[in-house]
Design a protein around this ligand. Structure first.
Ligand code: MN
Length: 135
């Protein structure tokens, strides 16, 4: 990873202030540039957005924040997104949480591995926001 001294807060709330009804999306992503792109896009779409920079932060924040949906990077140092997804699914309260796996691997079998780990859906990087449903 390029920047070893990244000192962003644990969870950036870039959502519109005062928009209490904005659904919260939590993005789990270790790459600063990817995270920035996704946070900008989703906050411009009116979502409240928070970030976890690795799997451990994700496992701390998701049960606390109860986001409406999670974008889960798969390739991360420490525990990867597949393992984070498995651990979240083992929490009864989070069995139905929408988890969208995001991976750069795009290899045959990735989709199946993500879904088998408990992901609700799968997209491959680079994420093409043009193909996302408008909301
Ligand atoms: Mn990554």
């Amino acid at each position: 990873m390029a920047s070893s001294n990244w000192s962003a807060p644990l969870a950036d709330d870039l959502g519109p202030t005062g928009a209490a009804a904005a659904p919260l999306v939590l993005i789990v992503e270790d790459n600063r540039d990817n995270l920035s792109l996704m946070m900008d896009y989703l906050s411009n779409k009116g979502f409240a957005v928070r970030a976890a920079h690795n799997g451990y932060q994700a496992l701390e924040l998701i049960p606390l924040l109860r986001p409406a949906a999670v974008l889960m990077d798969i390739q991360m140092p420490g525990i990867d997104g597949l393992e984070v997804t498995r651990r979240l699914r083992a929490m009864p309260d989070l069995a139905r949480l929408p988890i969208i796996a995001v991976t750069a691997l795009a290899m045959s079998g990735d989709r199946e591995r993500c879904l088998a780990a408990g992901a609700s859906a799968y997209v491959s990087k680079p994420v093409s926001f043009a193909s996302w449903p408008s909301c």
